[in-house]
Design a protein around this ligand. Structure first.
Ligand code: PLP
Length: 396
């Protein structure tokens, strides 16, 4: 049989993703079998004890993360962002919560806009547990040093942020955090590892809702964290004890999705740019928020720290909440559904979906208006997406 191909460090990312494999298959299958098992048989108690005590490598129990299919996925996830290690989770919120429990207990300072679920976790669960949580707008960054008032705190942000696409300066935040003995976690869901590499810009954690672009087909719920091996260890313990592991079948599906990630993201980028440009001149639209547009406030920074601008656009319409909903309801190619990052285009109104759980006052503080529609631009022909938006906007 032809010798097995091995991913090499000098290979490009797409080559490394496609050839990521931990197991040699004696039957010649190019991909590893799915280890759809929760437990593993041992020859004797002494060998079992050696694995439990970490003296010999081995698999023990899938909830602990010791499953070859899950470890292979994690090797692929780490490779995507040149991280020492990665963990896969049952959802993006699982990845976020375990990271915050493991590294945020001394206090968390959030910068800019956050996904509504993350904000809810912070305010409804972590704050009542006594974990200090502060929220700063990007315009309040001069207060960051003061907010980092005890050692071992965590700075947390999304960039581009949900739903305003606000861009945070990862390099600058990392420097400021490290200068105060804090760590920086970046939710990289909107960008994807193809467009942005937070760890190489200085962040300590890159977090993903793998339900979105990493999964890419709106058919799996999963999460991921990439970081150094030392920082991954305590997160793995929280994942184990909160029971946040994903099923091996889901891990195999996610590994399959990663093989097409570079090509999918390139097309998401191209389609979103085409849609954003077409929407700029439409009279029913007040603002097109897309980091790829030269007059977008964060465009310059995005051009420096991103390789592509992603597949999410937010449109602010000249209309009220009901009129905006009517436009969403009139779309036929864009599906009226919350989520993003799949092959199909989706539309949602943040005030009734992703940011429904946030008070109006808080939404206003973050510039999230009732007239916003968030578009997840999929992989359809961009001319069909533009035509769909035009016919719906014409009804305004
Ligand atoms: N982070 C961001 C930026 C998101 O948009 C979402 C969900 O929409 C999450 C995290 C949570 O991910 P999940 O739904 O996979 O738990």
């Amino acid at each position: 049989m032809q010798p097995e191909s091995e991913p090499k460090p000098e290979h490009g990312r797409a080559t490394r993703i496609i050839h990521n494999r931990r197991h040699k298959d004696s039957l010649g299958s190019p991909y590893s079998p799915v280890y759809n098992t929760t437990t593993y048989r041992f020859a004797d108690t002494a060998s079992l004890q050696n694995v439990i005590e970490g003296k010999t490598p081995g698999n023990l129990y899938t909830r602990w993360g010791s499953n070859p299919t899950i470890r292979e996925l994690e090797q692929g996830l780490a490779g995507l962002e040149d991280a020492e290690d990665a963990l896969a989770f049952s959802s993006g919120m699982a990845a976020i919560s375990s990271t915050l429990f493991a590294h945020g207990r001394e206090g968390i300072v959030c910068i800019g806009d956050l996904y509504g679920g993350t904000q809810e976790l912070l305010t409804r669960h972590l704050q009542p547990l006594g974990i200090p949580v502060a929220f700063l707008l990007q315009s309040e960054l001069d207060q960051l040093t003061e907010a980092l008032n005890s050692p071992g705190m965590l700075v947390y942000c999304e960039t581009p942020a949900n739903p305003t696409l606000e861009i945070m300066d990862i390099r600058d935040l990392a420097q400021q955090a490290h200068a105060r003995g804090a760590l920086l976690a970046v939710d990289n869901t909107f960008a994807s590892p193809i467009n942005q590499q937070p760890l190489s810009l200085g962040a300590d954690f890159s977090i993903h809702s793998a339900t979105k672009f990493l999964g890419g087909h709106s058919d799996i719920t999963a999460g991921a964290v990439m970081a150094s091996a030392e920082r991954i260890k305590p997160i793995a313990l929280w994942r184990k004890n909160l029971g946040q592991i994903l099923a091996p079948e889901t891990a195999a599906l996610l590994s399959r999705s990663l093989r097409t990630l570079p090509v999918r993201i390139r097309q998401h980028n191209d389609n979103a740019m085409a849609v954003a440009r077409a929407m700029e001149s439409h009279p029913a639209i007040k603002r097109v928020l897309y980091p790829g547009l030269p007059d977008f406030p964060g465009h310059h920074l995005a051009s420096q720290q991103m390789e592509g601008f992603g597949g999410v656009i937010t449109l602010e319409l000249r209309g009220n909440r009901e009129q905006t909903a009517r436009v969403a309801d009139s779309l036929r190619v864009f599906l009226l559904a919350t989520s993003l990052g799949g092959v199909e285009s989706l539309v949602s109104q943040p005030c009734v979906t992703s940011h429904h759980g946030i008070s109006r006052q808080e939404r206003e503080r973050h510039g999230i208006t009732d007239s916003m529609l968030r578009l997840s631009v999929g992989l359809e022909d961009s001319k069909d997406l533009v035509a769909d938006l035009q016919q719906a906007l014409d009804q305004l």
